[in-house]
Design a protein around this ligand. Structure first.
Ligand code: F6P
Length: 472
């Protein structure tokens, strides 16, 4: 019987070494939830890095055994590989380039080599598990070469690929000396998915201009196969947020926060630490709001959660310092004995507390400079069962294509952010309810399970079509 193999850089469980021994911490991330129904069923498996370095062969065996019991298979990476493949090529070359931050990109042949080697390592790990007819679904920019590597070894396999970040314009991609290799790597798949049609169009343009392949009706004709491409906007586990929103635990947290903040209005900002998220620009906009509209002083606070991420990469460490400095400066200038302009948290929050924050917020400020999708916007919407609250959303987040009832702004314009904040804080309740319920209808329908189903059905269908073409 054929099986499905999910492959991503990280496994949906992180393994930690503690004084008590190994600790296995399941991820609550959207991808883990969405694909949970696939990799845990039948004989399926998820292949990826377990998040810790393991040199000792006995310890490797223990980790492998524990993960295999939970339908996962580890790819062990060395410290050098994480430095050059993950922090290096993936997050210092591809990430900034694909998010239009070329000024932060580095071009290093050794790191490229490490990227090739680690993609080959993932390929071996998958091949050790995959039969010739299996379905393999590869995730994201860390593994762009993997579809083609797998295709060479398993010509009959059904291979899908999904990119979770933007695919940039050809003009950006051509800056990379390895641009054509990356596109060729992706073309090993039968179906390539993106969050938006815009990213898909960029990819098709790169395929025709870099590789000279012909494209008909959105299908790519390679000398041996047809490759399908399409947009599959990713969703969240809507019901999980909706149910949590009604739970007594969330109610208790929310009441405690409300008491602590008294009747001050709340603008919420939640992100992973990343320069693509526009966190510093958001702080400057909040500062300008207090300057330009002094009536909001002591009436509104910014609650800013920044989740630590990739802090070994220089740009991330620098951004952390910039945020610390800005928060310190703004708070020092405007705070009063009884009011704090910015409540800043540099850590992640447990799920229930996160939902309480979403429910508490009058406004969510989701203003990335560039973002593949942005699920925070969707989580905020799902948590607002009372439908009060306003979403301010960057037009350069993939989510903006679907969420046209948000207040859409250009994130590089501080003025637009300030005006949107003022408008959101003044928005009448009936308008908030209309906008929120429109967005809820959409986010509820296209949840992460629908996303998984749509992609997997399309992948199965593409293979049947391919098979019919070759047998005719
Ligand atoms: O947005 C792309 C992505 O890879 C997500 O899938 C992931 O949750 C996030 O970036 C953080 O990735 P990491 O901590 O593995 O670098």
């Amino acid at each position: 019987m054929s099986r499905t193999i999910i492959v991503s850089n990280r496994l949906p469980t992180k393994v930690n070494r503690t004084d008590e021994g190994l600790e296995f911490q399941p991820s609550e991330g959207g991808l883990a939830t969405g694909l949970g129904s696939i990799y845990r069923s039948e004989n399926n498996v998820w292949v990826g890095w377990p998040g810790l370095f393991v040199d000792d062969p006995t310890e490797r065996q223990t980790v492998t055994k524990r993960l295999r019991a939970n339908s996962m298979a580890p790819v062990f990476l060395t410290e050098d590989e994480i430095r050059d493949y993950y922090e290096g090529f993936s997050n210092s070359t591809l990430w900034p380039t694909f998010h239009y931050f070329t000024q932060f990109a580095t071009y290093d042949d050794e790191q490229w080599q490490a990227y090739v080697t680690v993609n080959e390592k993932f390929c071996e790990a998958v091949l050790a598990l995959a039969g010739p007819e299996d379905t393999i679904w590869v995730q994201d920019y860390q593994l762009l070469l993997l579809p083609e590597l797998l295709r060479r070894a398993r010509p009959q396999a059904t291979i899908g690929f999904f990119l979770h970040i933007p695919f940039p314009s050809y003009e950006l991609l051509r800056v990379l000396p390895w641009g054509a290799d990356l596109v060729r790597g992706m073309l090993g798949a039968d179906l390539i998915g993106f969050h938006t049609f815009g990213y898909m169009r960029h990819f098709l343009s790169a395929v025709s201009r870099m590789l000279g392949l012909s494209i008909q009706n959105g299908q790519i004709e390679t000398p041996t196969r047809t490759v399908l491409v399409d947009a599959f906007p990713m969703g969240i586990d809507y019901q999980r947020y909706e149910l949590a929103a009604a739970s007594p635990e969330v109610e208790v947290h929310q009441r405690a926060y409300r008491e602590a903040l008294r009747d001050v209005r709340v603008v919420l900002s939640i992100d992973r630490l990343d320069y693509t998220k526009g966190i510093a620009q958001r702080l400057l906009a909040f500062e300008q709001l207090l300057r330009q509209y002094p009536e909001w002083r002591e009436q509104v606070s910014l609650l800013m959660v920044v989740v630590p991420s990739r802090d070994q990469v220089a740009q991330y460490a620098a951004l952390k310092e910039e945020i610390d400095e800005l928060v310190g400066r703004i708070n020092a200038q405007y705070r009063t004995i009884s009011w704090n302009p910015i409540h800043y948290f540099y850590r992640s929050f447990p799920f229930d507390e996160l939902v309480s924050l979403y429910r508490l917020a009058d406004v969510a400020l989701v203003t990335p400079i560039r973002d593949g999708m942005n699920l925070v916007a969707k989580e905020f919407i799902a948590s607002k069962t009372h439908q009060r609250g306003v979403l301010i959303l960057s037009e350069r987040a993939g989510a903006a294509v679907e969420l046209s009832d948000a207040l859409l702004i250009n994130p590089t314009s501080t003025n637009q952010l300030v005006e949107a904040l003022n408008e959101a804080l003044l928005m009448p309740e009936d308008e908030q309810i209309t906008r929120m319920s429109n967005m809820q209808d959409l986010v509820r329908q296209y949840d992460v399970f629908a996303w998984t189903r749509l992609f997997m059905d399309r992948l199965a269908h593409s293979k049947v079509k391919q098979h019919t073409m070759t047998t005719n």
